[in-house]
Design a protein around this ligand. Structure first.
Ligand code: UGA
Length: 440
């Protein structure tokens, strides 16, 4: 099938590449010419395992990139919208890019189209897109049949290709039978063995996306709150985690305590849905607290450091391992490492940091900062550092050379925001080891 994807950001690019890889003909449009040029040469603007290979093997055969809007519009009858929906000042999602595209589509189409919203968009957006397109058609005096489908993605950064290829579910909010058929055909290659397609009402699909992220964020904040209590009570939260995860109704997923959730999705989506709820007169009080707990949790590492050094952090050198908001990505959006480093700088400390993938991002964000030194390997960060803080649980940090670490650090102190080591083993190795919810 022929498919057009508008927007080659994270979601659009993964979607386009994976659809092409199973044999569809995919035309990806973006207004950013430089990005299009890079993509044509097989360069991916961000790190995502497996994506570059997929693009390389499909580009110019089944996968096309262009900044020519009209060409992309005329290429296919199915148009995926995958542009950004950044947060407004009040936390709600800014729809200017989505609706801007809808306006352009309405001003240029001549035959019927299926428009699929892939970006995470507030409930009612598909309806708005349809209105905007129809308004333009009316101005042009045309009657063209346009249906808008809500098809949210559930991709995890760092595992997006695998998630797309082997989805838990494919949620499609759709009205007509004929469009259902088209969507089934598009997703048929990912729907083998058992049926993963879930057709539902358009608004239900839009809300499903937010509800899923909200539930996951709630699990994390719940666990972080519980970890803080465990710490006070002298209980090891890791034992509690295993104790509750074994209950099938609770499960082991997403109950890892840590230094707070980050990324481009959870913080933004939790805020957006709570904003929608307030506007709808049905506030999501629980979720508002989830967000507050997370903001507090992102200060946990700083507070522990501050306590350890009795408020004397000025002039201290702090080593940071892990800058990305989670492993297997170079994304530092809303990463706990950022809050920590910025708080440290405010009180006069400096940071030496290492991340396996996010160094270029860090350079971009903190360009010219004299308080941040980026080093090429984890051990260089420890040289003359007063303490080590672990912000991201990259695999390479899991079994380091502890002896070397102890020798390099000025003081053998580790603050672990991801609970990757065993406290007893660390004590035996001579470290002062502070983790999340594992005793004082
Ligand atoms: C999340 C969802 O998992 C995807 O299903 C969804 O499609 C995506 O948002 C989106 O809306 O686009 P992602 O943000 O890539 O995916 O990352 P996650 O793996 O969900 O992690 C989010 C944050 O939660 C990370 O900072 C991670 O460290 C933290 N986390 C996760 C914990 O602190 N504890 C846990 O037990 C699990």
């Amino acid at each position: 099938m022929k498919i057009t994807i508008m927007g080659t950001g994270y979601v659009g690019l993964v979607t386009g590449a994976c659809l092409a890889d199973v044999g569809h003909q995919v035309f990806c449009f973006d207004i950013n010419r430089e990005k299009i040029q890079q993509l044509l040469q097989g360069q991916v603007p961000f790190f995502e395992p497996g994506l570059a290979q997929i693009i390389k093997r499909n580009v110019s055969q089944r996968l096309f990139f262009s900044d020519d809007f009209l060409q992309s519009l005329n290429y296919a009858d199915v148009i995926f919208i995958a542009v950004g929906t950044p947060p407004n000042g009040d936390g709600s999602a800014d729809l200017q890019y989505v609706l801007g595209l809808a306006e352009q589509i309405g001003s240029h189409i001549t035959d019927s189209k299926i428009i699929v919203t892939k970006s995470t968009v507030p409930v009612g957006t598909a309806e708005k897109v349809k209105q905007v397109v129809d308004q333009q058609l009316e101005v042009r005096g045309l009657t063209v049949n346009v249906e808008v489908v809500a098809n949210p993605e559930f991709l995890k950064e760092g595992a997006a290709v695998a998630d797309f290829m082997r989805p838990d579910r494919i949620v499609v909010g759709v009205e007509s039978e004929s469009t259902k058929q088209v969507m089934s055909e598009i997703y048929a290659p990912f729907n083998r063995n058992h049926n993963r397609m879930m057709f539902m009402e358009v608004k239900a699909a839009e809300l499903t996306k937010y509800a899923a992220n909200a539930m996951l964020a709630t699990k994390i904040s719940f666990m972080n709150d519980m970890a803080n209590l465990a710490e006070r009570l002298g209980v090891d939260i890791e034992q509690v985690r295993l104790g509750i995860g074994s209950d099938h109704r609770i499960g082991y997923h997403f109950i890892y305590p840590g230094c707070g959730y980050g990324g481009s999705c959870f913080p933004k989506d939790v805020k957006a849905i709570t904003q929608t709820a307030r506007q709808a007169g049905s506030p999501l009080t629980l979720l508002e607290t989830v967000d507050q707990v997370n903001q507090k949790q992102k200060q946990a590492l700083f507070n522990k450091l501050n306590q350890y050094f009795a408020g004397e952090l000025s002039g201290k050198v702090i080593a940071v391992w892990g800058l990305a908001f989670k492993p297997k990505t170079d994304d530092m959006r809303e990463a706990p490492s950022r809050q920590l480093m910025e708080q440290l700088w405010q009180v006069g400390a400096t940071v030496k940091a290492f991340d396996p993938e996010a160094m270029a991002q860090a350079r971009l964000i903190y360009e010219g900062s004299l308080k941040l030194t980026l080093v090429d390997n984890p051990y260089d960060a420890l040289v003359e550092a007063d303490a080590l803080v672990i912000c991201t649980e990259w695999a390479v940090f899991r079994a380091p050379d502890f002896e070397q670490m102890r020798q390099l650090l000025r003081q053998p102190v580790i603050f672990d925001g991801r609970n990757i080591y065993d406290p007893h083993a660390m004590a035996c190795l001579g470290f002062h080891y502070y983790a999340i919810g594992r005793g004082k």
